[in-house]
Write a new protein. Sequence first.
Length: 117
Amino acid sequence: MAETMKKILHVEDDPDFQRYVVSILSDSANITQVMSLKEARTSIAQNNYDLVIIDFTLPDGSGSELVAELATDNPSIPVIVFSAHEITETMNNVKKAFVKGRFVEAALIDTVRRLCA
């Protein structure tokens, strides 16, 4: 029996970075992409995700708001954070933080596979 593809929500407002992440992960998971906190909240309310990847800088607020909401409302969903800068704050359900432009694709793939196992 074939293994079902895991579902990932990718919250990112940069279309180029969205396409880049899909090109890296599309063989590993089904990826839903949204560009704002509002869209992310709606998608989370309507779907079950195995993983959420969040950019911290979004047009309608900080991704850290969504991370905190997930920690309270959906603590079993692991979170990967992408940011333009190093992330120093520790959040309960953030399993990995990557800095845009300074991460290795294989590390992202391995992290996604490990968190969705």
